[in-house]
Design a protein around this ligand. Structure first.
Ligand code: HEM
Ligand SMILES: *[C@@H]1O[C@H](CO)[C@@H](O)[C@H](O)[C@H]1NC(C)=O
Ligand SMILES: *[C@@H]1O[C@H](CO)[C@@H](O)[C@H](O)[C@H]1NC(C)=O
Length: 474
């Protein structure tokens, strides 16, 4: 009896030791990059998410680069991961999309975003969805429709904010951009809608990077609830539109309804709703973070603000009617502004990791990336590399002078790279430029409180950024 128990006990211990051992030393037919897999199951997840207030390469990455070199292995959210900080490997990973690598996000993300979202769609389906997105946010639409709409929205909001004692800039820009994007996508109007779509998105975002424990009270639970409610609102809106199909709104739902009517379509209502959700999320949180960070950097660097203001005042001076709207030609002439935007997104590192999955064993630079493993391309390590950007932590838009035209640069990946390059890049840049134009020509501001950043490792403003806006008197 006792010996049997002892036997089972010993067996269990041996099994556990074996398991821990194979966790620490994963099987691989070639040479794995160096690194540590951390604790069983948990891996190095907690270290990865540990908050830091610096804008430099996250300590998690920096320490391991020092110890292991530019490519290393780890384990995050239950998955073996190869982290690459090497510009050439990053570029290779982007270029091999669909062949050796495929877009992949941690399972908690898939659970949260829906199974059929644009991030996890591949091949034919994906190309088809992309063309739908480009239809709304592509160059033609930017030029003809979005430019004046963005300008009106910016002017209206700035005027409203200037009437207040204090504006929390992050929240205010997020609301502004959300309302504009939601109007374009689904004709959502917060003033007339009974349900608050953005509130549900907020709950969703707050729990997005949290421990995946789905019980009432946790941030993760609120996140899933937020998504559920937002999806229901989106679905009800689509149903309503289906009920009166003759009325056209010129938005994304028109497009979806049109497609759903076709016989040979592969679009389903579920996919369309997931896509809508991802687009709303991808567009407003990223761009409002970038704008808030830009205003923070401009507040701290008066010489940049001065040069930026000069560029925009010169545009007004060369106009026949200073009150006419921004033209496409004027937008294209904002050289310094676009340097400011590049420099802001370089330092902001809004997307701190871009994930892929290896479809086969991949040999690169003497290492093997095993089939099925995740690869995390790490933009901050590239954007803050002193051999590509001198004095990398300083906000110096002038460094972009003469760098125009090499769009596929291996040293710039704030919007990703290769086939999955951000489809909203042009829209985001245009929104930022137009907003900055309206801001610096008509207003000045003083920071009141907040403006501190934290990275977990995604960028956040934990106490917001409160400013006071004043109208300029000329
Ligand atoms: C400053 C603002 C923005 C930043 C920094 C940003 C960054 C990124 C990055 C790094 C990716 C690549 C992800 C990957 O390769 O897995 C991406 C993809 C994407 N972005 Fe953006 N983005 C911004 C604004 C926008 C806007 C305004 C929209 C929508 C209109 C948008 C829609 C998308 C979509 C749909 C994808 C997925 C594309 C795909 O999987 O192929 N983004 N974004
Ligand atoms: C951030 O990282 C630095 C460098 O690794 C470290 O000294 C600091 O304690 C970290 N924590 C915070 C909260 O910034
Ligand atoms: C901003 O960066 C992009 C991508 O590297 C580049 O194509 C563009 O020319 C840059 N803009 C300026 C004004 O330097």
């Amino acid at each position: 009896m006792w010996s049997a128990a002892l036997c089972i006990g010993t067996l269990a211990v041996i099994c556990i030791i074996n398991w821990v051992n194979s966790w620490r030393n994963p099987r691989c037919s070639g040479k794995l990059p160096p690194g540590s897999m951390g604790l069983p199951l948990l891996g190095e997840t907690l270290q990865f998410f540990s908050p830091n207030t610096s804008s430099d390469v996250p300590p998690f990455i920096r320490d391991r680069m020092k110890r292991y070199g530019p490519v290393f292995r780890t384990s995050l959210v239950g998955r073996p991961v190869i982290v690459s900080t090497d510009p050439e490997i990053n570029n290779f990973v982007f270029q091999q999309e669909g062949r050796l690598f495929q877009s992949w996000y941690p399972d908690t993300f898939t659970e949260i975003f829906g199974r059929q979202n644009v991030g996890s769609l591949h091949g034919f389906m994906y190309k088809y969805l992309k063309s739908m997105v480009l239809n709304l946010f592509g160059p033609e639409s930017l030029k003809e429709k979005l430019l004046p709409q963005v300008e009106q929205t910016a002017n209206r909001n700035l005027h409203m904010w200037s009437q207040q004692q204090s504006v929390e800039f992050k929240e205010a820009t997020a609301t502004m951009i959300f309302d504009l994007t939601a109007k374009k996508l689904i004709s959502y109007d917060p003033a007339t809608s009974s349900e608050n779509l953005r509130e549900n998105f907020l709950a969703f975002i707050q729990g997005l990077i949290s421990f995946p424990l789905n019980i009432p009270g946790t941030a993760y639970h609120k996140c899933l609830q937020g998504r559920k409610k937002a999806m229901k609102i989106l679905k009800d809106m689509l149903q309503e539109r289906r009920a009166s199909p003759e009325k056209r709104h010129g938005d994304f739902y028109d497009y979806v309804l049109e497609e759903l009517k076709k016989d040979r379509t592969i679009l389903t209502e579920a996919i369309a709703l997931d896509l809508m959700f991802v687009l709303l999320f991808a567009s407003f949180e990223t761009t409002s973070l970038a704008l808030t960070y830009a205003i923070k950097l401009l507040s701290d660097n008066p010489s940049v603000l001065e040069k930026l203001t000069e560029e925009h005042e010169a545009i007004l001076r060369s106009r026949e009617n200073p009150n006419s709207g921004i033209t496409w030609k004027e937008y294209k002439s904002m050289t310094f502004t676009s340097q400011v935007i590049n420099e802001t997104v370089r330092l902001a590192n809004i997307v701190p990791g871009i994930f892929r999955k290896a479809l086969k064993n991949v040999e690169i630079k003497g290492y093997t990336i095993p089939e099925g493993w995740a690869v995390m391309v790490c933009p901050p390590a590239v954007h803050l590399n002193p051999s590509a950007y001198e004095d990398p932590l300083s906000f110096n838009p002038w460094r972009w002078e003469g760098m125009e035209g090499n769009g596929g640069s291996k040293n710039f990946m704030a919007f990703g790279g290769g086939m999955r390059f951000c489809v909203g890049t042009d829209f985001a840049k245009m929104q930022m430029a137009v907003f900055l134009h309206c801001l610096v020509t008509k207003y000045r501001w003083t920071p009141i409180k907040g403006g501190n950043i934290v990275r977990t490792p995604g960028l956040a403003f934990p106490d917001g950024f409160h400013i006071r806006l004043f109208e300029k008197h000329t």
